[in-house]
Every structure is written in structure tokens, then in C-alpha cells.
Design a binder for this molecule. Sequence first.
Ligand code: UD2
Length: 296
Amino acid sequence: LESQRSLKTSPGFQYKQPSLLAGRADVVSLSPWLAPIIWEGTFNPTLIDSIYKQHNITIATTVFALGKYTRFLKDFLESAEEHYFVGFGVHYYLFTDQPEAVPEVKMGKNHRLTVRKVPSLDRWQDISMGRMEILEKLIADELMHEANYIFCLDVDTKFYGRWGSETLGNLVGVIHPWLFDYPRESFTYERRPESKAFIPVGEGDYYYTAAAFGGTLEEIHRLTKTCREQLNADHENSIEAIWHEESHLNKYFLYNKPTKLLSPEYLWRDINISAGQIKIIRFSHVAKNNAEVRPN
Ligand code: UD2
């Protein structure tokens, strides 16, 4: 019987017994509403992959590259193909105003890329904010029955380490690398009550980046629809939130708590913060000259 049992076990299910007492003690890995916060050393990648491999899942992944931002595509896609959901189904949806500028990048097994043309825009803020409406429509019109999860990523980024099934969840937020160690009073939330993104001083959990967020199609449809509605309401009232759609995303996550949080390992930036807690940089913004690369 013993040998029959072990025959049935896949290698991913043979691992060191988990401990209830020993683990990382230098970081918090559970939010006050009991959502896990993912840090290196808090999960077993082989085990998590084995759990999700039992289901045939596809992760839709959206990225926008308009104007000069097409220059970031090669590194983004090549590094993603090295580190991002290797061994799982990935369908990239790339929105650009210049399909001819999309580089040839060899896709791994079960990974594919669809390019969609979108109109050029004059203001970088409109490009950044306009993503919410395009994503809302993409999910409603096409993705609901096509994919199981979705991640929406900035393009001026590069992968340096594994980003895999440990990041999957219903509603997933990524903690911004600049502010993870700051008191919430100093978070760059929108502080004007006239904006729909308003968060009063004294409220807030973490400061989330808009450079990466994800979850199930239903949850991200609700998130993008709500942010799009709030952005439109602000536009009608002639107000633009301080950090654009990122301010609205932070408002959304305050009242719709993420079910999983990714530590700043999952969005680092070329910054001079020495943070001993960061054991690995998995995904990072690349340094760019904003004035040179943006349309305005
Ligand atoms: C921050 C956010 C970003 C967004 C923005 C809004 C972080 C790490 N990132 O980044 O997610 O919320 O603030 O204020 O906090 N894009 C183009 N062409 C352009 C301009 C933008 O394709 O000409 C796209 C591209 O996918 C880019 C994204 O819009 O990654 C965000 O723009 P950004 O990277 O210039 O914004 P940034 O770095 O201020």
C-alpha cells in the first residue's frame, strides 16, 4: 500500500514538513484582514506550481506601449519569457499605436501574444488612465471565458526573478516600493475631497502601485469598471487625481481589500533604498528619462 501511495504522489507534493513555528520573522506575511503577503521564503514554489498544475489555467496579461514606450517591449517580453509563469498558459494582450514596432520575441510553451492597435494620445496621463477603460472592455467582451486570471502590467519594467503561481488570487495588489516603510499620513493618496479618489488622513493600509495588479476576471472587471467610472466623474468635475489612476486604484483597494498582497519584490525600482527585507528583486521598473520618453 505504501509503495502504491508514493507512486501516485507527484514530486511537487514531496516536500519538507511545514512548520507552525519557524518562518520569516523579519517581515509581516499576513494583512490585518488575513490576506497573505508574499515574500521570498514564505512559500514553496514547487508545491504551489503542483497545486495549480492540476488545473489547466491561463493567465491573461495586459501591457500598453504607446509612443516611445515601444522601446521597452523587447526587454519586457524577453525577460517575461524567462521568468513569468513559466510552464503555465499565458496570453499577452499588447496595446500599441505602432504594431509594426513590436519586436519578434520567441514565446515559450503555451505562451502567446496578441497585438491590438489603439489610437495615439497626446498626454501621457491620458494613456495611463485610459488603460482602465480598455481593460474593462477587453475583459467584458473577450476574456471572461478565455482566461482564469489576469495581470495588468506597466511596460517600462523588466523581470529578474520568478513571478509565478504564488501570485494568483481573487484580487491581488502590489505594494509600492517607495513607501512600504512609511507612515500612512505620508502616502501620496489623493487628499482633495472633491476627487473620487479622496482618502482622508488617518485611513489607508498600504500604498499600492498601479504598475501591476491582477486577480480573477470578475474581480478585475469590477475594479477597472469602478476606476473608469471614478476617473470619468473626476473628469466631469475638472479634477485629476494626484497620481491619476493609481490614486483611484488605492481608493478601490481601501474599500475592496485585496485577497493577496505582493511585497515590493514584485515591483522594485532603481532606487537607493537598502532594504534588508528584500531578498530578491523579481520585477522592477527600468530607469527612464520621463521628459524624453513621454509625449508631453
Ligand atoms: C506611475 C505608476 C503607473 C501609473 C502612473 C500614473 C508606479 C511604479 N507606476 O508610473 O502605473 O499609475 O504612475 O501616474 O507607481 N504609457 C505608454 N506611453 C506613454 C506613457 C505611458 O505606453 O507615452 C503606458 C506604459 O505602459 C507605462 C504606463 O502607461 O508603463 C504608465 O506610465 P509611466 O510608466 O510613464 O508612469 P510612471 O512611471 O509615473
